[in-house]
Design a protein. Structure first.
Length: 131
């Protein structure tokens, strides 16, 4: 049966350097998908850039709704703007940064209903697994 999930019902995540709301996932009754709305504010002068994260066993699709930025991965940097989508394979460290003057809004899709157990956040690019 189909289900409407209003944004007001989204689960607020406590993630570094971005506002992330989980609209669909296990808590919303999803069997095999997670969708998050992510907002990244423009950089503030002197602010330390957040580190990357990795999804160990599943890929992530990042679709840009508004704004402009760069998705940094182990395989390169990809400038992004509204309408672009980045596919990050499982196991590749990545982070998206705002390079514009407006909020960068993303929809992030994962082919699992709970990304928590398979996701690792790093404080910097030179820390953690394989560093």
């Amino acid at each position: 049966m189909a289900k409407l999930v209003p944004l007001s019902d989204a689960r607020e995540m406590n993630l570094p350097g971005r506002r992330s709301r989980e609209v669909v996932g296990a808590t919303a009754g999803a069997a095999s998908s997670t969708v998050r709305l992510v907002e990244i504010e423009p950089d503030k002068p002197g602010a330390k850039a957040r580190g990357p994260h990795v999804h160990l066993e599943f890929e992530e699709c990042i679709h840009v709704l508004t704004g402009e930025g760069v998705t940094r991965t182990e395989s390169g940097e990809y400038p992004v703007r509204a309408g672009d989508t980045v596919l990050v394979p499982a196991g590749e460290r990545h982070a998206t940064y705002n390079t514009g003057s407006d909020v960068l809004r993303l929809i992030c899709f994962f082919p699992v209903n709970d990304i928590g157990p398979g996701t690792v956040e790093f404080p910097s690019w030179d820390s953690g697994i394989g560093a």
